[in-house]
Design a protein. Structure first.
Length: 74
């Protein structure tokens, strides 16, 4: 089973989001990535207007959710 580890930076930015619908979209996207870690491009999974940055370490089967940032700040 794939393990998901959230970086402190991601946790901090996620906690500041007030839009519940957007939070649900982010949670669903992380769940989708957990189900299929090779989906999309690692480091840049798009959730309008944000990008979700993550890395998948295949040998240990761990997904590191690194950051969540606005697409304009890329």
């Amino acid at each position: 089973m794939v393990e998901v580890i959230f970086a402190p930076k991601f946790k901090q930015r996620f906690s500041k989001i007030k839009d519940k619908l957007l939070k649900e979209k982010i949670i669903k996207r992380v769940s989708k990535i957990k189900t299929n870690p090779t989906i999309g491009k690692p480091m840049r999974n798009y959730i309008p207007p944000f990008r979700l940055s993550y890395a998948y370490h295949i040998p240990s089967n761990i997904i590191y959710v690194l950051d969540l940032y606005h697409e304009d700040k890329q």
